[in-house]
Design a protein around this ligand. Structure first.
Ligand code: TXA
Ligand code: MG
Length: 316
């Protein structure tokens, strides 16, 4: 099999109705989608990505009201969050309905759900009478794809169709928060800044690290290129690599090194976020020996960038 790439939403819908997987664009990253109510279709996601079964999937819906098809009850604040951030890059982990297959949630009694903001994804979801389970469309552990070509490069031989929605507008995965019975907990920083969430529902707790991660997005090594990545003050790190070909991921400025990926010369953090994963892929595919990355201001989207860079740098 070799994936065709196109913009035919009806074709994507027909494949999904037949139980196939299809790569779909979202505003965050590309997803590998299947019918969330069909355990056999969902199993194809896991085998295609070589994803371990303990890592639950996010369920994507086309209308806010569809949340009730997968969620048992909405905790305090959920409706305000949906109103403020859907469609958009916020995933809510909520008590699941029994109809959601265990394979989607890895047997947990909660389900992660979000309404994506990409027009093609919404068009597709509205044509279907089931929600779509979809993790990012990359081999497990690797950097998430932000273009159709990124998906084709790694999973092209394993899937029939990639719905091409252009480059992702946000560029990092959704923010994931969950209700633990008493308060909202941050599982993964992402496309919606935590500050914006707190402005709607008040304090969001940091997740406590566990041996078995509540959100395997919390696994230390994740979103990782194959090459070594170091994060910090690039000027201070550089002398350690004088005899190496160095690639640098910088926010605004370039360095005197073999290759530079400057994420946003203007200093715009949205632009930097959008370009992050393509930069990691480009340096990973280049002839550099090592990737050095600046640390970003630890606020707003900078927290999501720092989180992904830290995981990219974690030892496997
Ligand atoms: O932006 C995104 O979230 C993208 C697009 C495709 O929507 N999806 C994405 O999926 O990043 P994935 O599978 O790469 O990451 C989803 C994370 C996983 O770490 C998973 O463990 C967590 O969401 N998750 C899903 N359901 C959960 C649950 N019930 N409890 C805790 N974490 C959950
Ligand atoms: Mg992923």
């Amino acid at each position: 099999m070799s994936a065709s790439i196109g913009t035919d939403v009806a074709h994507a819908a027909a494949l999904l109705q037949r139980g196939s997987v299809v790569a779909i664009p979202t505003e965050t990253v590309y997803g590998l989608a299947a019918n969330a109510f069909d355990p056999e279709a969902v199993l194809r996601i896991f085998t295609t990505k070589q994803r371990p079964s303990f890592d639950p999937l996010i369920v994507h819906i086309g209308r806010p009201a569809d949340v009730h098809s997968v969620v048992r009850e909405l905790p305090p604040g959920a409706e305000q969050l949906m109103g403020a951030f859907w469609p958009g890059p916020l995933t809510l982990v909520l008590p699941k309905r029994p109809e959601v297959p265990d394979i989607v949630t890895s047997g947990l009694d909660t389900v992660g759900v979000r309404m994506p903001a990409h027009p093609l994804a919404l068009d597709l979801l509205k044509r279907l009478d089931f929600p779509l389970a979809a993790p990012s469309a990359n081999p497990f552990g690797y950097v998430s794809p932000t273009t159709a070509q990124h998906v084709a490069d790694q999973l092209g031989e394993a899937i029939p169709y990639i719905l091409d929605g252009g480059a992702c507008a946000v560029g990092v995965e959704s923010t994931i928060i969950g209700w633990d019975g008493t308060c909202w907990v941050l599982y993964r920083p992402g496309g919606v800044p935590v500050e914006a969430i707190e402005a709607v529902i008040g304090r969001v707790q940091a997740a406590v690290k566990q041996v078995v991660p509540a959100a395997p997005g919390m696994l230390e090594s994740h979103y990782a290129p194959l090459k070594a990545v170091l994060v910090g003050d690039v000027a201070e790190l550089l002398p350690m690599f004088e005899d190496k070909r160095v690639g640098v991921i910088g926010f605004q400025r370039a360095y005197a090194v073999h290759r530079n990926e400057v994420l946003a010369p203007s200093g715009n953090i949205e632009e930097a976020t959008r370009n992050l994963f393509a930069a990691l892929r480009a340096l990973d595919a280049s002839d550099v020996d090592v990737i050095l990355a600046e640390r970003f201001p630890d606020e707003g989207l900078g927290r999501a960038i720092n989180d992904r860079l830290r995981r990219a740098a974690a030892k496997r």
